[in-house]
Design a binder for this molecule. Structure first.
Ligand code: ADP
Length: 195
């Protein structure tokens, strides 16, 4: 039973690494951004609401995001562990997750901080904009997402560092190299791959 968070700036490669770690560790990767986008594709009310924030590079309001995650974490597949990608991003979300875990008698095993410098993340995101056409990958919106990350989300790393949970991994290099780095630091903490 492994419970992990993956934190890093937009463009650090969280989504890619989350999918790989999910497979290696045998736990579901849960991305709030993906859930919002799936809802948008399905044309749900939640999807439309989320879009109005995502397109401006703003965070979706905490009440909405917290309810969504509480719901997702009570699904059967998350019983045996999970990897959260892109949640929590605010102090209020940390509080909600703490409460949820305490209520269920669970705790986090590690918080993986994926680092990447700003020039690299911006160029990755602009490339993704060309390849995939995500509506929140324009340069102005990207800058705003990075600002919001620095203001609201990066400080959360200190909160988890004070709890001794943070492992820091350099997100630069090939996707395989980064995965191996993460697997190695987790394994040093006794978090092993699924058999
Ligand atoms: P990125 O990490 O590049 O910002 P994501 O796909 O993780 O990409 O998130 C895209 C958008 O979804 C965010 O800019 C934000 O609008 C919304 N979002 C995702 N996760 C959260 C969250 N935990 N709280 C609030 N909004 C979120």
């Amino acid at each position: 039973m492994t419970r992990l968070l993956l934190i890093g700036p937009p463009g650090a490669g969280k989504g890619t690494q989350a999918a790989r770690l999910s497979e290696r560790l045998g736990i579901p990767a849960i991305s709030t951004g993906d859930i919002f986008r799936e809802n948008l594709r399905a044309g749900t009310e939640l999807g439309l609401l989320a879009k109005s924030f995502m397109d401006r590079g703003e965070y979706v309001p905490d009440t909405v995001t917290n309810d969504l995650i509480a719901d997702r974490l009570t699904a059967a597949d998350a019983d045996s562990g999970f990897l959260l990608d892109g949640y929590p991003r605010t102090t209020e979300q940390v509080r909600t997750l703490d409460e949820f875990l305490a209520d269920h008698g669970h705790s986090l095993d590690a918080v993986v901080q994926l680092t990447a410098d700003e020039d690299e993340t911006v160029s990755r995101l602009l490339k993704r904009a060309r390849d995939q056409g995500r509506s929140d990958d324009t340069e102005a919106v990207i800058r705003h997402r990075l600002e919001l990350y620095a203001q609201q989300t990066e400080p959360l790393i200190d909160v988890y560092a004070d709890r001794g949970l943070v492992v820091r991994v350099d997100g630069l290099g090939s996707m395989d190299d980064v995965t191996e780095r993460i697997v190695a630091v987790l394994s040093e903490r006794g978090i092993r791959q699924a058999a």
